[in-house]
Ligand binder design. Structure first.
Ligand code: UD1
Length: 430
């Protein structure tokens, strides 16, 4: 199994190209199921989760063409993927495919809307809490679907073959339920209102793509979306927005090691809350024409408290990375996780570097220590694993991060991007 080996202590200096957002690319790829015409996506990142979703879509009979995939050292810039769902040959998304990635469950929305039926395995994905699907099922029921659970599968049918507009109030902000219901409502008969909708930039990216396919959506970017269903959608070409979680991760890595890095293509408005927190910690951040510049020269890190919140708040997907940063800050930081109930698995691994962290319920209290020491650690989930890389970059001596397939799901060419900025980091195969 591949591992990442890091020798800590080097400051980061240079440029890092920010990739297209995984969490936008996945729902955009799924939206291609809504039309029999080609949907071309630009700036799609090269990630294991994207490959996995290609397999899932192909299982439904979808044709996928990948352009601009270059090999070797020059493998830069996003790829263009054209997805054509001419005929949907199978409306079942099987356990073997769906269990590997939670987002694949979202195919239930477009399959049901276009074909009037879908049979989708209950999902898997990162083990960061129970992550039920009740909001999806209640929402689809509000759109007229009949739903049964049979042998680990959700079996959904639209009576008379077509969903009907309905009123959905999400009990809690859910990104995936908003994506799924928005796609389903786009082809339903009549008007759907989604209240307490997620406002994450990836939701807006999908909504704008759907509009360019002919969907009628009002309230994009707000927590109340009104979708007037249309009979059919057409093909389009749409760009995946830059990855705000990758941006925040490299900003925190630079904050941790010190140095001066331009995050090329990054956009501050996609992660303002996290950037504000970094500013309070003592990191200098400026938006330049071609990206975000992150600098920390000489001055120490100040401990601050953060609480994760739906967008535009501090993202849960940056909580682990921020915790790694706080292990080296001056003072004590309280980090409260409000989105997922079990998202502190990185704490035990960070302790292996000598970090001082105490968890009580949903709050982790981090007391900054003068030094971290390199260690053997284990990646537990996607964002947690990159927090171990951040710790390793600042730790004295050698760190080995095991089980890095989690990293490959969500970070494109991580070791390459960091080593170009002066980090001593390599992938060890076998
Ligand atoms: C998406 C992101 C993930 C991010 C999360 C929150 C993708 C591929 N994944 O995940 O990286 O951490 O948003 O920003 O975009 N919930 C229920 N019932 C449901 C659905 C959700 O109780 O039916 C709960 C979840 O357990 C969680 C909360 O709602 O506590 C938010 O989850 P949600 O926004 O749905 O996360 P995902 O869409 O799975």
């Amino acid at each position: 199994m591949d591992r990442i080996r890091i020798v800590g202590g080097n400051a980061l200096n240079g440029e890092i190209e920010i990739s297209g957002a995984k969490n936008a690319a996945l729902p955009l790829m799924i939206s291609a199921l809504l039309t029999d015409e080609p949907v071309s996506l630009l700036n799609v990142p090269r990630l294991a989760d994207v490959k996995q979703l290609e397999r899932i879509l192909e299982n439904h009979g979808v044709d996928i063409a990948v352009h601009g995939r270059r090999r070797g050292d020059r493998e830069m810039g996003g790829q263009r993927i054209t997805i054509t769902a001419g005929d949907i040959v199978d409306t079942t998304a099987p356990y073997e495919l769906v269990s590997k990635m939670r987002a694949s469950f979202w195919v239930i929305g477009p399959l049901l809307a276009r074909e009037g039926r879908a049979r989708v395995s209950l999902p898997g994905g990162c083990a960061i809490g129970t992550r039920p699907v009740d909001f999806y099922l209640d929402g689809l029921r509000a759109l007229g679907a009949d739903i049964e659970i049979d042998g680990g599968y959700v079996v959904a049918t639209a009576p008379a073959g077509r969903l009907k507009g309905g009123h959905v109030v999400l009990p809690k902000v859910s990104v995936g339920a908003t994506h799924t219901l928005m796609m389903a409502a786009s082809l339903a008969e009549g008007t759907t209102v989604i209240e307490n909708a997620a406002r994450e930039p990836e939701v807006t990216n999908l909504a704008e793509c759907l509009v360019s396919m002919g969907a009628k959506i009002a309230g994009i970017g707000t927590d109340r979306m009104v979708i007037e269903g249309v009979e059919r959608l057409h093909g389009t070409s749409h760009e995946v927005l830059p990855d705000r979680i990758e941006t925040g991760t490299y900003a925190m890595a630079t904050a941790m090691t010190g140095g001066d890095v331009l995050l090329r293509g990054a956009r501050s408005e996609l992660l303002q809350a996290a950037l504000d927190s970094l500013g309070e910690v003592g990191v200098s951040i400026s938006q330049e024409d071609d990206g975000l510049r992150v600098r920390r020269n000489g001055n120490g890190l100040t401990a601050i408290d953060v609480e994760t919140q739906p967008f535009p708040g501090f993202p849960t997907d940056l909580q682990a990375q921020f915790m790694a940063l706080m292990t080296r800050a001056n003072g004590t930081s309280a980090i409260r996780e409000t989105i997922f109930e079990n998202r502190f698995m990185h704490v035990a691994e960070l302790a292996r570097f000598g970090a001082d962290i105490h968890v009580d319920g949903q709050t982790a209290t981090v007391r900054g220590v003068p030094e971290l020491k390199g260690a053997q650690v284990m990646a537990t989930d996607l964002r947690a694993s990159v927090s171990l890389v951040i710790a390793g970059l600042a730790a004295r001596g050698e760190t080995v991060v095991n089980r890095i397939y989690h990293l490959d799901r969500g970070f494109e060419r991580l070791e390459d991007k960091l080593s170009r900025c002066g980090a001593e980091i390599e992938r060890v195969t076998g």
